[in-house]
Design a protein around this ligand. Structure first.
Ligand SMILES: Cc1ncc(C[n+]2csc(CCOP(=O)(O)OP(=O)(O)O)c2C)c(N)n1
Length: 366
């Protein structure tokens, strides 16, 4: 119903929950209040986990990190994928991965530069994070076309940004998807910046969602800071694609409240005023207000949640900091036959670690 009711070419945008937490009942998606509450709780953990990643990078524990601060509701679109569906993430999707069940410790490990962080739980249909801007739609179209040819029921969701939408690859992927009616959902998170380039200079088109029309399928502009709108749009897009009615494009209009990555300084290209204005549309307080209005949330629950979230995040940090392999692997797996001087060094190191109480376990050191 949303795709038919809201036409991006007319500038129409799907919003169900306003910043004060008022809901438009007639637009409400099929999502119970219990589920909304559960998602609010996970999004709060995500916010803390994201903030922690920034801190870990500043203290030198992570190499780099691309925050999702402000984009949590948009990231939650991934929870509506079913187990047969594929998630094709960009570097911005730490939140989507976390919400789909990838352990936080794995996500931290990945950003530490340890590729083993992308060894995902068995059977999870999630591609590794793809850094190449605009490649995700190609991969998702390939996956979904394969599923269609094999008669499998899955859908593939491609995640990319407003900047990526200008890439030739994204055009090719959408064009192909339209022609072959692949079960693909294109999720464009328009966080209004491609590093320092604002959305206004990215394209002269009024919306990114309207581009779908030129490929012969439907597009929808969505308030990406409204979890209910994100849920409604994503569920409908997935259902349409799964039913064989071809691809869908959803543009989740949001705002990146943090830097592009830990290497970026956004004060160089946007004002403090602009940032403050957008904080009023933060997806989390609006959900909290909604839950409070429903009598499902209060101060007490909020402080319990914050304490539990802190414990969960701190545990993930400890797990991520534990070495995945003993340091002595450096010696054991470099030479088939280690030269005597390396054997000596290995023994010295093992004895030292033992004396520090760090010997023994395969997952501890040495
Ligand atoms: C093909 C390619 N070109 C350039 C880059 C460098 N780069 C990394 S992120 C980025 C901006 C992308 O912006 P957008 O698509 O809006 O996504 P966002 O980072 O805002 O989520 C660029 C140009 C890259 N990773 N890949």
């Amino acid at each position: 119903m949303y795709f038919e009711r809201f036409d991006p070419l007319k500038g129409e945008e799907l919003r169900i929950l306003d910043p004060e937490g008022n809901v438009k009942e007639e637009l409400r998606p099929d999502l119970s209040d219990a589920r909304v509450r559960e998602l609010y709780e996970r999004l709060c953990v995500l916010r803390l986990a994201d903030l922690m990643a920034m801190k870990l990078q500043r203290e030198g524990s992570l190499g780099t990190y691309a925050p999702v601060y402000g984009q949590e509701a948009a990231q939650a679109s991934a929870v509506f994928l079913e187990t047969v569906d594929w998630l094709v993430p960009s570097y911005r999707e730490s939140g989507a991965l976390f919400l789909r069940g990838v352990p936080l410790a794995s996500i931290y490990r990945y950003w530490k530069g340890d590729e083993r962080g992308m060894i995902l739980p068995e059977g999870s249909r999630i591609l590794p994070i793809e850094i190449v801007v605009g490649a995700q739609p190609l991969h998702a179209v390939g996956l979904s076309w394969a599923m269609k040819l094999k008669g499998e029921p899955g859908v593939a969701a491609a995640y990319f940004g407003d900047g990526a939408s200008s890439q030739g690859d994204v055009h090719e992927a959408m064009n192909f998807a339209g022609v072959f009616k692949t079960p693909t959902v294109f999720v464009c998170q328009n966080n209004q910046f491609a590093i320092s380039l604002p959305r206004s200079q990215q394209t002269a088109a009024a919306t990114i969602a309207q581009r779908a029309a030129s490929y012969g399928f439907a597009g929808l502009l969505v308030d990406g800071n409204d979890l209910l709108a994100v849920a409604g749009a994503m569920k409908e897009a997935l259902a349409e694609a799964r039913a064989g009615r071809g691809p869908r494009l959803i543009e989740l209009l949001t705002y990146r409240l943090g830097p592009h990555t830990t290497s970026d300084d956004p004060t160089k290209y946007r004002t403090a005023d602009e940032l403050e204005r957008h904080k009023a549309f933060d997806p989390l307080p609006r959900l909290r207000k909604y839950l409070q209005r429903q009598g499902l949330w209060n101060e007490e629950k909020e402080s319990a949640l914050q304490a539990q979230a802190r414990a969960e995040v701190e545990q993930a940090v400890r797990q991520a900091e534990a070495p995945l392999a003993p340091v002595t692997d450096i010696f054991d797996f470099t030479y088939k036959q280690a030269p005597p001087y390396l054997k000596r060094q290995r023994e010295e190191l093992a004895a030292f670690l033992q004396s520090q109480g760090r010997g023994g376990s395969r997952h501890g050191e040495a």
